[in-house]
Design a protein around this ligand. Structure first.
Ligand code: GGG
Length: 357
């Protein structure tokens, strides 16, 4: 029996509901597979933990997580705590603390789901967005001075290092080389941001020379939003900075039908530290506790986690089960249905049972 140690951090809001649902389908998958076991430990870190302890996770949180093979994360964010405290105290603390520098966000239109784009068929939108996940606009460099005075000032500095840009470009080119279309779009804003983004472009061009099998083009981030909406078929793998990719991947998820579906892998490709897997949606406090959150994003995220753990066949079975349910229903409200989280979870469990290993 292959055993993998999983740290589950449901976090905040609907993260708690969708991770519970995700663990339920993973348990069903293990029962019908018989070849692997997930040894899950759940951590109560997040905004409620902050309320009791004044921090989002314990001081030795990273040391507690390090022995695990993967982290299954829900969401972070609460109406009662400033967003920069919750985000930096948990999600970014883990991503940057473990140098999970490649944030990978696949987007495609799953069977039965309608894109809001006119005449956009499933095969027309099949992208992987690679988000630089260690620096850029999220470097944390900056500060505030003269607090409370008219001359109050705040600075937020983007940092682009040759090492980090090179490694994310190489990761994106390597990924593009594995795909049938072998195309990479480098998103930039070097017309306006004439230092960091120019270095970004230069390194992209250098790394491109190592990958003659991959075709490459460059797009300004503003033009990229237009291209995603009007020419989705022209895109395959996309690489962008931390902030640009965060914004573009929300747009990508919406164009593929719903932000409730989209998964993310925060990878440490060196495998020195555990990688972290999370649906891209946030805590969505407006629907928390109502039982209506779409768990598909958490299920697809579990597929990415299984693939990372080397469990390719169970990952394929789970993806098939997800796609059978998106095709035939039930569907949650964000997809035009009336089902709740539990209905979709049950349907995916049934679909897993219907096609045993
Ligand atoms: N599961 C995704 C999540 O919790 N996101 C919270 C958020 O605000 N993310 C913004 C970011 O990571 O840039």
């Amino acid at each position: 029996m292959r055993t993998h140690r999983i740290a589950a951090i449901p976090g905040d809001g609907i993260g708690i509901e969708v991770i519970e649902a995700g663990l339920e389908v993973l348990s069903a998958l293990q029962q019908t597979d018989g070849g692997f076991k997930l040894d899950v430990s759940t951590f109560d870190w997040g905004s409620a933990y902050y309320g009791k302890h004044g921090r989002m996770m314990p001081e030795d949180g990273l040391a507690q997580l390090r022995p695990f093979d993967a982290i299954y994360f829900g969401a972070v964010g609460s109406p009662s705590i400033p967003d920069h405290i919750t985000l930096w105290g948990l999600r970014i603390a883990i991503c940057q603390g473990f140098d999970q520098y490649a944030n990978v966000r696949p987007t495609r239109i799953l069977p039965g789901i309608a894109s809001p784009l006119r005449n956009c068929e499933p095969g027309d939108l099949d992208w992987i967005i690679v988000r630089e996940n260690s620096e850029g606009e999220y470097s944390g460099v900056g500060g505030r001075a003269h607090a409370g005075f008219p001359e109050e000032v705040a600075m937020e500095t983007s940092v682009f290092t040759r090492r980090a840009v090179e490694r994310i470009m190489r990761f994106a080119f390597e990924l593009a080389a594995t795909r049938p279309r072998k195309h990479l779009t480098v998103v930039t804003k070097s017309n306006a941001q004439r230092h960091g983004m120019v270095l970004w472009d230069e390194i992209a061009a250098e790394v491109a020379r190592e990958f003659p099998s991959v075709t490459v083009d460059k797009e300004l981030v503003d033009a990229m939003t237009v291209r995603m909406a009007l020419r989705p078929r022209s895109l395959d793998v996309v690489v962008a900075t931390n902030l640009h990719a965060d914004i573009l991947s929300d747009l990508a998820a919406a164009l593929a039908g719903s932000i409730g579906i989209a998964p993310t892998a925060n990878l440490d490709p060196t495998r020195r530290a555990p990688s972290m897997f999370e649906p891209i949606h946030g805590s969505a406090f407006d629907i928390m506790g109502k039982g209506v959150a779409n768990p598909i994003g958490a299920f697809w995220t579990a597929v990415l986690m299984l693939e990372h753990l080397g469990e390719r066949e169970p990952a394929r079975r789970l993806m098939n089960a997800i796609e059978r349910v998106t095709a035939n229903g039930p569907r949650t409200r964000d997809l035009g249905g009336e089902a709740g989280t539990a209905d979709v979870t049950r349907a995916v469990r049934d679909a897993i049972a219907a096609v045993p290993a």
